[in-house]
Ligand binder design. Sequence first.
Ligand code: AMP
Ligand code: GLY
Length: 420
Amino acid sequence: MNILVLGSGGREHSLVWAISQNPKCDALFAAPGNAGMEALAECVALDPEDGEAVVQFCADEAVDFVVVGPEAPLAAGVADTLRAAGVLTFGPSAAAARLEASKAFTKEICDACDAPTAGYARFTEAGPAKAYVQAQGAPIVIKADGLAAGKGVVVAMTLQEALDAVDDMLGGAFGAAGAEVVIEEFMEGEEASFFILSDGKTALPVGTAQDHKRAFDGDEGPNTGGMGAYSPAPVLTDAVAARAMETIIQPTIDEMAKRGTPYEGVLYAGFMIKDGMPRLVEYNVRFGDPECQVLMMRLGAQVLDLLIATAEKRLADMTVNWADDHAMTVVLAADGYPGDYAKGTVIKGVEALPQTVDLMTFHAGTKRVDGQLLSNGGRVLNVTARGASIEAARSAAYEAVDQINWPEGFCRKDIGWRAL
Ligand code: AMP
Ligand code: GLY
């Protein structure tokens, strides 16, 4: 099979890595890809959000299967365009991608199928929104309805923070994404992520993970896209997962099908778990980044079969072969991230690291110039290891991190502390 992966981050590097190990994979392309993927796939200059251009590329290169990594092309309808052109595609339609693109839509779906989630109200005017905040009190959570690159959520511990957030969002701080706000009850508990493949009807779990969103050790500092992750997530026990499938995931998939917008792809559910009861925090319509990296390390080559079965609506026939293993990924980021940071700084030592089924350095934001590896983003490398225990995975990951010489980068030293 000739396969094209859309995207350029660590998530897509790990997808390319796992897919390339499957004997069904013949030619493998990544668009646009990155320096880390070059050894595994042909990186092509193609805009992942330009559906017509992607269709044309598939025709030119006889691509049989497309895997869409990030949410932006999904929200833009690239999976729809590909399917309409007869290309087998992994990734939901734009209509189904609203589960990530609109927080208000997700709340509507939860209401319709009685899925446990935070109580909420929706507003387009600041006056009534602030009156609601005053009446509810703090802590309270204010969310911009649309895609705001992970920045559209304010967990307000005080009334003033909440009122300011309402003014900011409805005042245009997030453009159209903030034209409507969802104001939610603050949920207590421990957060974990659950990844489920859905072919529109059948749902198949492919792993659990926890990440660290804050930039610095001890979960301090600004929010980021994620500074590290591990799988499995101890708090998402089999019993909690089974309850989540029954009360949240399958009802969501059934509701989407009933509406004529079946969900086909990976559903990334964020839960707040308290006393063994999961409640939905949010959905994403793609693999998490860096959560995907730990899932791929654990799943390996079978991922391609699972993704194809999802696209071909054959998930009912599939099972996942689990090893009793653990994986951890540590993100190396450029000094200053998630604020301003320099690009183009030299990274040494990565080439000397082993690349095995138990240790991979996935590239998130790098480029190669004259044989040198340079940083090319905020999150730059994802050092990912697998072991028989979370401790073993952590030791292996940090040993590899120590081999990398990048004075202009930093990482958290405490990934996995909650599980350890
Ligand atoms: P989201 O973008 O919806 O995942 O929100 C970002 C983060 O805000 C989540 O990972 C949670 O840590 C937090 N959060 C969102 N909604 C709530 C809520 N209703 N109660 C408590 N924390 C929340
Ligand atoms: N790591 C969080 C995300 O991918 O949204």
